[in-house]
Structure formats: C-alpha cells, structure tokens
Design a binder for this molecule. Structure first.
Ligand SMILES: Nc1ncnc2c1ncn2[C@@H]1O[C@H](COP(=O)(O)OP(=O)(O)OP(=O)(O)O)[C@@H](O)[C@H]1O
Length: 241
C-alpha cells in the first residue's frame, strides 16, 4: 500500500504539490487533471523518482526518502514517452536489463524474457532494433520491460497517449488483467470507466476523490466552469476515441 502524509513538492522555489495526504489501497486507481496540475509530479513521488520537500511517502512502510531502491523494486514506472525508456539496442536486451542483479540464472532470465515478449505481442521482435519499433510496439516494450521485473505496483504516466485505438485497447486490456495494483495517469477519461477510484488533481491538490463517473463529471464541470487556466485546456479529454 502507498501512503502519502502531508506531502509537498516544488521545483526551485515554485510549489507544485501542496500538503497531499492519501492512502492508495484500491486495485485500479486513475489520476486525472489539467495539464500542469501536478499529476506526473505526484506519480513520480510514488516510487521515489522524486522526493517530497516535506511530508512522507511510504510504500508498504518503506520510506521513499531512505529506502528508494527497495521502493523502486516494488513500484514499476512506465513513462509517457516510451522512447525515452528504451535504453538497450535490441528488444530482448531492453527487457533483460531490468533483471540484472536479481540473483536469477541465465536460463531463468531467458525464460522470463521469452515469456514476457510473447505476452505483449513482441515474440517476433526478440532481436529487432528497439528504436525501429512502431510507437505502439515501443509502448508495449516499455510495459514489458517493467512488468518482467514483477513489480507489486505499477504506475503508468499516460501510457496510451501516442497510441491508436487498437493499441489503446491492447494496453488497457493488459492493465485490466494484471494482478498488480495499477495507478494510471491519463487524459483519455473513458479508459477509467471500470476503475475502482479516480483522483482529480487541480493546481497541486487532490480536488476530488471518488468513483470514475463522479470524478470525471467533476473534472469536466471544473473545465466548463473555467477553473482551468486559459492555455491549459490542450489536455481536454478525448472522449470519443
Ligand atoms: N523537472 C521540472 N522542473 C521544473 N518544473 C517542472 C518540472 N517538472 C514539472 N514541472 C512543473 O510542475 C508543474 C506540474 O507538472 P506535472 O508534469 O506534474 O503536471 P501534469 O499534471 O502531469 O501535466 P500534463 O498533464 O501536462 O502531463 C508544471 O507547471 C510544470 O511546468
């Protein structure tokens, strides 16, 4: 379970998140909000990619400040631009890299890599150049490279933004069937319809916390009411994929 207690965070002297306290227990949790509202900052706090300026983030009791490495083993993170997450030349190598230093034999590593590539539609691309994959395939590779490490919790920052309808469906189906807890940031509001809980972030605060339907209504109403600063509406949800 992830717990935030009075967390604040800013960049330089500019505050971005203000006094956030949350207990994230549900299996599927969505995070929505206008561009620049602080969703990615909040997501990155969850696995210690960034640290609170004050307050505490605990993952199963581990403090991201003091036990970052252990936290990152528990909490996998998928970045919005899969290309930036791909670090090795070939597809198989990229999936393998996360399994280093885990005490697995060569055979175990090879078996896990083969299995995960098959599961995410990349079996035929084992030795292909990772940077030559299509955008959707790169997104699946980014997901596979994180899931092969078997994190207990998965945080995905807009994993479907660059994808076509078919790949959105594939990624969402994958997220839906995972046994892990999933925390998903998205502007594609309809992908959250069957989630257990959705948080709306507004100007660095959680301004609504509830069911997908109520949260999405709240968010849309806040946009319609002009609560979102002019210029930030580019992230208006795409409701009709
Ligand atoms: N590394 C950084 N350095 C300085 N400012 C940053 C940094 N990362 C984010 N910010 C600022 O913090 C604020 C919140 O950004 P964040 O990326 O968390 O928002 P977001 O809700 O995820 O936005 P989007 O929906 O556009 O992805 C923005 O004003 C952004 O400019």
């Amino acid at each position: 379970m992830i717990e935030l207690a009075n967390v604040t965070h800013g960049y330089g002297d500019r505050p971005v998140l203000h006094d956030i306290s949350l207990r994230l227990t549900e299996r599927r949790i969505g995070l929505i909000g206008a561009n620049g509202s602080g969703k990615s900052t909040l997501a990155r706090l969850l696995n210690g990619l960034i640290l609170p300026d004050s307050g505490q983030v605990l993952v199963d009791g581990l403090d991201t400040m003091k036990q970052g490495r252990a936290v990152r083993r528990k909490v996998g993170f998928v970045f919005p631009d899969a290309g930036t997450q791909i670090i090795m030349p070939t597809v198989a190598e990229d999936v393998t890299v996360g399994l280093r230093n885990r005490g697995l034999s060569k055979e175990e590593v090879a078996a896990r890599v083969t299995d995960v590539l098959a599961r995410y539609g990349l079996a035929d691309h084992h030795d292909h150049a990772a940077h030559l994959l299509s955008g959707g395939q790169k997104q699946m590779l980014a997901l596979a490279a994180v899931l092969v490490t078997e994190p207990e919790i998965l945080v995905c920052d807009e994993p479907t933004t660059l994808l076509d309808r078919r790949n959105v469906r594939t990624v969402m189906e994958t997220l839906r069937t995972l046994p892990q807890q999933v925390i998903l940031l998205t502007h594609q509001l309809e992908t959250l319809d069957d989630f257990d809980r959705v948080l709306v972030v507004g100007e660095g605060r959680v301004v609504f916390d509830g069911s997908p339907g109520n949260a999405i209504d709240h968010y849309i109403e806040s946009i319609d009411a002009g609560a979102v600063p002019v210029g930030d509406q580019a992230g208006e949800p795409i409701r009709d994929l």
